[in-house]
Design a protein around this ligand. Structure first.
Ligand SMILES: NC(=O)c1ccc[n+]([C@@H]2O[C@H](COP(=O)([O-])OP(=O)(O)OC[C@H]3O[C@@H](n4cnc5c(N)ncnc54)[C@H](O)[C@@H]3O)[C@@H](O)[C@H]2O)c1
Length: 351
């Protein structure tokens, strides 16, 4: 079974979500004179062969992990494509998590002034978030994602069977973004997530397909409305201002991104309640219960206990001040109003 969702950007593209989709990619890119796969050393031994004949062509492998989102690795990828004599009518295929998608997307935008690329996300975070929307980037020593372009993929193939091998902490991190999407999408999605939480924790393919589909549908809708993040797309940062501060204070890599976002959502709930922005008084407890069911922290305290770390308020405030989404240096938050509605650009009034 698979489902197709259209992302109405310029140009538009399809996201396929389902089981055993990697076998379709070779046929989809058959019109290109040459195709190169970019992957990492964890994912390629597991899934490259599922790309069929593409596995026998040019394959660029990078080290797994965030450190590969660098100019040095980008340069190596571009050099390997040149060495393989890929022309301007080539297509790149990103096979891996968000690191590979961001790196390969940027390489595609730069290679000989731009070639097409296809996303084959293999982590939950990449399937529900990173592979859709066209943001590509590498990191700079002063921060994450500081050098990049908007470059929409030609298509996305989100094969949920690849998620079976994802390490547990990476999987739970992806669930943080699934929770965020459900909360933003509204009552139906939130109820569907509550109803499938047990199956999702067990990674049952049908539950996974549903969760990825609903998250992609939300992202596709928001991205089509605001491809360059000038307004409505900011809502996707729900839980992220607090979450980034948590990741920064703990030291990047200590608290997985989606786990920090889940704690951030709990903090945003508290804040919205305190400021009188929240209109549904039952929502915080409901979301907290769902977070715990998914194996995620429901609050900052939950996170502190789980990781045996302390996040002093003064440090959080200082770190939130560095968030690149802030406007003119003032801390802005996305706060929940009710399921399906948030206030963007809310002022942070302190803890
Ligand atoms: N472009 C966007 O809009 C966007 C959105 C969100 C996040 N991101 C970026 O995505 C990155 C995080 O993505 P991620 O969490 O996928 O990280 P990742 O790509 O580092 O993958 C996480 C780990 O899981 C491994 N892995 C991936 N798929 C696997 C599988 N099926 N089986 C076994 N192991 C597998 C990888 O090798 C890696 O070790 C960050 O760099 C972030 O900035 C981008």
């Amino acid at each position: 079974m698979s489902h197709t969702l259209r992302v109405e950007t310029e140009p538009p593209y399809d996201v396929q979500v389902g089981e055993d989709l990697l076998g379709r990619v070779a046929g989809f890119v058959s019109r290109y004179s040459a195709v190169a796969v970019v992957s990492d050393e964890n994912v390629s031994p597991l899934y490259l062969s599922r790309l069929g004949e593409l596995a026998k062509g040019t394959v660029v492998r990078v080290r797994p992990g965030e450190a590969s989102k660098s100019f040095a690795t980008l340069e190596r990828v571009l050099n390997e494509l040149i060495a393989a004599k890929l022309g301007r009518d080539a297509c790149l295929v990103a096979l891996g998590g968000g690191v590979i998608g961001d790196l390969c997307g940027l390489a595609a935008a730069l290679y000989k002034r731009g070639v097409d690329f296809v996303q084959c996300p293999t982590s939950l975070l990449a399937q529900v978030d990173a592979s859709v929307g066209g943001k590509t980037a590498v990191n700079l020593p002063l921060g994450k994602n500081l050098a990049g372009v908007f470059q929409q993929p030609l298509a996305v193939f989100a094969d949920v069977t690849t998620l079976a091998t994802l390490p547990e902490h990476e999987y739970v991190s992806g669930l943080g973004e699934v929770l965020k999407s459900a909360l933003l999408a509204g009552e139906d999605d939130l109820a569907a997530l509550e109803a499938s939480a047990v199956e999702l924790v067990d990674r049952e393919p049908e539950a996974l397909e549903g969760a990825v589909l609903r998250s992609v549908a939300l992202k596709a809708r928001v991205v089509a409305e605001d491809p360059r993040e000038l307004g409505p797309r900011k809502q996707l940062n729900l839980g992220h201002t607090f979450g980034h501060a948590i990741e920064h204070i703990a030291g990047f890599g200590v608290v997985p991104h989606g786990v920090a976002v889940a704690a951030g959502i709990g903090m945003a709930m508290e804040h919205a309640s305190k400021l009188g922005v929240l209109q549904d008084g039952a929502l915080p407890e409901r979301v907290a219960q769902l977070s715990r069911q998914l194996g995620l922290p429901a609050s900052l305290l939950d996170l502190e206990e789980r990781f045996d770390l302390a996040f002093p308020e003064a440090q959080l405030v200082e770190s939130m001040g560095f968030d690149k989404k802030n406007d003119g240096g003032e801390v802005r938050l996305v706060l929940p109003v009710r399921a399906g509605e948030v206030a963007v650009d809310a002022h942070f009034g302190g803890f």
